[in-house]
Design a protein around this ligand. Structure first.
Ligand code: 7PM
Length: 368
């Protein structure tokens, strides 16, 4: 069935943790997290083949929304409301009732050391442990550079990069560990070595065996949207409406996972900033992050030090993009995003601590 309506929650207030009937006060709690929403942007996309052009958008207060006669869209609307409202399952044991930080541990040869494989493994382990001290809830280990324009990495090489770091961190930290890979064999070996989460930038589409490997692992999976393959994805990305096209893709991938035996409670979605997206696409996605809560699973954002930050701030050197990256993370967290994937854990943690205090201390709460 072609989806015709999308609902983007907006007008955020603080939710009290025990809230369950906030609706009578004009706001609904969002996904069991720290926020409630008081308004909804109703987005209509003409169904294919009707000759309709363009996407219609209007903001509606909650009471207007519920008084409306939704006609043949009743099921679509009530399904999304239920998905927006339902508290999220724990992710590898981690509660998602407050924002969580995923720290990036890159294990590509140029990322840490020129002293060979052993030295770079040790450097990556040390780096991961430092990120945990700084407040990372999850460490994301990646051995395949999926930078736009980059070449594929052979599976043996990727395993040789990732496994020693995974093993080293596994025995030294309580933090959850995710492995950033598109390959079934890396998923299987990582699961055996104690990984908690699989993170696939191709949403289990790159390797024909990845879906089965992920299902058999029993691990939660992060499904990221990308248009095209890393090598060519940023040459000429094309969308009808980028935020909605990404929603449709992620919805189809969730369905495929559930079909293959990965329950929805083990899935996370990510719109994939920079993956087959130019600046206006990236900005449109960031402005619509709360839309993805309608998929009914936790939402992750990875914008840290990416090119769009450089473009918005006019900064060439990725290491100098920390403040802009924090603004991107905060704007998403203020839309209810549950996980931010970042290089700069200490700085992000400071920003989130201030945000959380101000949000919780707000006088315009939704009462119990
Ligand atoms: C070199 C350049 C290495 C760029 C890696 C990158 C995401 C991800 C990456 C993301 C999820 C980076 C990228 N980005 N996984 N893996 N979401 N789920 O900038 O945005 O970190 S790799």
């Amino acid at each position: 069935m072609q989806r015709t309506i999308y609902l983007r929650p907006t007008g955020f207030l603080a939710a009290q943790t025990e809230t369950d009937e906030g609706q009578t006060w004009g706001a609904l709690p969002l996904a069991g997290g720290p926020l409630a929403f008081a308004a909804i942007e109703i987005i209509r996309r003409p169904s294919h083949g009707t000759g309709g052009r363009g996407v219609g958008r209007r903001i509606s207060g909650l009471s207007d929304f519920f008084e409306r006669d939704w006609g043949r869209d009743t099921m679509q609307a009530s399904d999304i409301i239920e998905a927006l409202r339902a508290p999220r399952s724990r992710l590898a044991g981690l509660s998602l009732d407050r924002p969580r930080i995923m720290g990036i541990v890159n294990v590509t040869p140029d990322s840490f050391s020129d002293g060979g494989q052993l030295a770079s493994a040790q450097a990556a382990i040390d780096h991961g442990l430092r990120l945990v001290e700084e407040g990372a809830d999850i460490l994301d280990i990646g051995g395949e550079s999926t930078r736009p324009g980059s070449d594929a990495v052979p599976v043996e090489e990727e395993l040789a990069r990732v496994l020693p770091v995974l093993e080293g961190l596994r025995s030294r930290t309580e933090a959850r560990i995710s492995v950033d890979t598109r390959k079934a064999r890396v998923m299987r070996e990582a699961a055996k070595a104690g990984a908690d989460i699989l993170n696939d930038v191709s949403a289990l589409t790159h390797d024909p065996e990845a879906m089965e490997a992920a299902a058999e692992s029993g691990l939660p999976v992060i499904l990221m949207h990308a248009q095209g393959d890393p090598k060519t994805m940023n040459d000429n990305p094309v969308y009808d409406d980028v935020a909605l096209d990404v929603f449709d893709f992620l919805e189809r991938r969730i369905d495929a996972c559930v079909e293959a035996g990965i329950p929805k409670a083990r899935l996370v979605v990510d719109p994939g900033i920079g993956f087959g997206k130019h600046l206006p696409h990236n900005v449109a996605v960031l402005a619509s992050m709360s839309l993805y809560h309608g998929l009914g699973v936790p939402v992750l954002l990875g914008a840290s030090r990416k090119k769009l930050i450089g473009q918005l701030c006019n900064v060439e050197n990725p290491r100098e993009r920390v403040s802009g990256s924090i603004a991107a993370a905060l704007s998403s967290v203020a839309q209810g995003v549950q996980i931010v994937r970042v290089h700069d854990v200490a700085a992000t943690r400071q920003a989130l601590a201030v945000w959380a205090a101000v949000t919780a201390g707000s006088e315009n709460r939704v009462p119990n």
